[in-house]
Design a protein around this ligand. Structure first.
Ligand SMILES: *[C@@H]1O[C@H](CO)[C@@H](O)[C@H](O)[C@H]1NC(C)=O
Ligand SMILES: *[C@@H]1O[C@H](CO)[C@@H](O)[C@H](O)[C@H]1NC(C)=O
Ligand SMILES: *[C@@H]1O[C@H](CO)[C@@H](O)[C@H](O)[C@H]1NC(C)=O
Ligand SMILES: *[C@@H]1O[C@H](CO)[C@@H](O)[C@H](O)[C@H]1NC(C)=O
Ligand SMILES: *[C@@H]1O[C@H](CO)[C@@H](O)[C@H](O)[C@H]1NC(C)=O
Ligand SMILES: *[C@@H]1O[C@H](CO)[C@@H](O)[C@H](O)[C@H]1NC(C)=O
Ligand SMILES: *[C@@H]1O[C@H](CO)[C@@H](O)[C@H](O)[C@H]1NC(C)=O
Length: 498
């Protein structure tokens, strides 16, 4: 099914291919004929070139829904020169297109070019589509970013007390929203923000690149995200979220440039992503200490597959450290880690409350790791001093199978909480090859309980070997999650020029 939407919005650029050169008066003089011929040659080359460009303004893409109405950012005065601010053009375009929410929805096309912009807000039944050579350049002017309230489940901003700069692409209380492209780019130009953060010159928490709050049916796909000021993709208090085909790149020493952070979300699918960053490639969250406990909204039904991660100082997938609303039913499959600190890591602390349970990891290849397995019960990092010291997190039923790791400094560091041990840990079919400079003690386990089978080198006593015959594998659910049954449609965008 193709939904070919022709441009319905009035478009000043659509008919601008004029032929004024034809009106040059003809003369019999040889030099002038030469001039005219030269012009004709130049003109015909231009026509061929612009035909090529036009042909390229027809795209297919797959999405959760197609749209009836379309417009281009240039219809709203957008200028892709890298220096003109397009904040107003984006806001005007989306305001205008929001009227079609109940009439088949709308899509906004961002052509090739460099589009400097501050933050803008999305609308429902809407698609933002970036051409492969479109680059959104995030403004470095603080005035281009509204300040919004902290998240209720966090009680404060992550960098500072109080408010936070709104994200570059922001949406709240939406349904059916798509941010996609033909691998177009969103460049956060984060260097200035990182510097301000290091020098403690920020009044508010740094912006993220994409944040979608309180929304249902969200797709973020086929984009490259560069140098975010902080986290890259943050769906929060949302459901039915699909993140697919995203490349995320940031310097490995940039502060808090987490890749994708599903936070208090239900039914999320993250797949085919490639992430190099200065923090966790995927960080699963659900609120912070007493604020997260009070809000009580878990992240559950999350599938992560075919993720490649490079993160030398952080985890491939972190569960926490903000997990106070709970994390349940996470399935990670076919994960590749290169030069990362740890694999699928649990981070929590006394005072967090909440839970991390029913975690399933199957098929993980790691090369050059500090710890193949890491769980931390004393992560600290509290929102404030009002956390409840009796709020102990429950960590239960965490399964790892079919893991191969090479060049590993220490097999596992598994530190539960005294009086609240992490239980039901299962590891099977795990082969860890050590680095030349490996630690003497390969497994250090405290306050944990579980079992193992076919794990090399031999695990700690708290993960007793069941023998290959007794258990062959740790659990991995057979039935699929609802998000796996979401059907994508083939949609189109066509630019109508004449
Ligand atoms: C992303 O791009 C790939 C390759 O071009 C394509 O197969 C896939 O359908 C696209 N996915 C989405 C959700 O647009
Ligand atoms: C975007 O939404 C936020 C939160 O609702 C709001 O504070 C901000 O003013 C909106 N921005 C614009 C340009 O409307
Ligand atoms: C958005 O949804 C939340 C949660 O349902 C609600 O508390 C809030 O008032 C809504 N905001 C708007 C602007 O509708
Ligand atoms: C998208 O662009 C990035 C950055 O240029 C590149 O590394 C990646 O391979 C591209 N992805 C696809 C599917 O073309
Ligand atoms: C092994 O890991 C060390 C760091 O621990 C790194 O310097 C070295 O290049 C890695 N070797 C290979 C073969 O990847
Ligand atoms: C063990 O894991 C490897 C991949 O890591 C896989 O190829 C192999 O089939 C697994 N063996 C069993 C018995 O499941
Ligand atoms: C093992 O971990 C505990 C904390 O859980 C730490 O106190 C101890 O020093 C570690 N031992 C080694 C040999 O690393």
């Amino acid at each position: 099914m193709y939904s070919l939407s022709l441009l319905q919005t009035k478009s000043p650029t659509a008919s601008s291919c004029t032929m004024e050169f034809w009106t040059i008066p003809r003369t019999t003089q040889v030099t002038e004929v030469v001039v005219v011929l030269t012009l004709l040659v130049l003109l015909s080359t231009n026509v061929v070139e612009s035909r090529k460009a036009r042909a390229n303004d027809y795209f297919h893409y797959s999405a959760i829904s197609c749209r009836t109405h379309s417009a281009s950012l240039t219809d709203f005065g957008g200028v892709g020169d890298g220096t003109t601010s397009n904040t107003k053009a984006f806001q005007a375009a989306i305001n205008q297109l929001s009227q079609y929410a109940s009439d088949g929805g709308s899509q906004l096309f961002v052509p090739a070019g460099k589009w400097l912009t501050g933050s803008f807000n999305l609308t429902s039944h809407f698609t933002l589509f970036l051409h492969k050579d479109a680059v959104l350049l995030a403004s470095q002017e603080e005035s281009e970013w509204a300040v919004i309230d902290p998240l209720p489940s966090y009680g404060r901003g992550r960098d500072t007390d109080g408010g936070r700069f709104i994200s570059l692409i922001f949406g709240t209380n939406l349904t059916d929203v798509v941010i996609t492209g033909d691998n177009g780019t969103i460049d956060g130009q984060g260097a200035l923000w990182w510097e301000k953060f290091h020098k403690k010159k920020l009044k508010y928490t740094r912006p993220y690149l994409i944040e979608i709050m309180y929304s249902d049916k969200v797709q973020i796909s086929n984009l490259t995200l560069l140098n975010s000021p902080s986290w890259n993709v943050h769906p929060v208090y949302s459901s039915n979220v699909l993140v697919q085909g995203i490349t995320i790149l940031a310097p490995v020493n940039s502060p808090n440039t987490d890749g994708i952070n599903p936070d208090s979300c239900t039914n999320t699918r993250i797949e085919d992503c490639y992430i190099v960053s200065g923090d966790d490639c995927v960080a699963v969250k659900s609120g912070w200490d007493e604020y997260g406990i009070a809000y009580g909204m878990p992240t559950k039904q999350l599938v992560i597959r075919r993720l490649t991660c490079i993160s030398p100082t952080s985890a491939v997938i972190a569960l926490g450290s903000e997990m106070s609303g709970g994390i349940q039913d996470v399935r990670a499959e076919d994960i590749v880690a290169i030069n990362s600190e740890s694999g699928v890591r649990i981070k929590t602390a006394v005072g967090r409350g909440g839970f991390v349970k029913d975690i399933y990891v199957r098929g993980m290849t790691m090369n050059t790791m500090k710890w193949a397995f890491w769980m931390t019960g004393n992560y600290g990092s509290h929102a404030d001093n009002n956390y409840d010291p009796n709020a102990l997190p429950v960590i239960q039923n965490v399964n790892y199978r079919d893991v191969i790791a090479e060049n590993v400094t220490m097999a596992a560091r598994l530190e539960g909480i005294s009086g609240a041990p992490f239980t039901g840990i299962c590891m099977s079919n795990v082969t860890i090859k050590l680095a030349k400079k490996a630690k003497k003690v390969l497994w250090n386990c405290t306050d944990i309980a579980g079992i193992s089978s076919a794990v090399v080198p031999q695990p700690c006593d708290l993960l007793p070997d069941q023998g290959v015959g007794k258990i062959t594998s740790c659990d991995f659910p057979e039935e699929s999650l609802p998000i796996d049954n979401v059907q994508l449609q083939m949609c189109g965008y066509q630019r109508k020029y004449f």
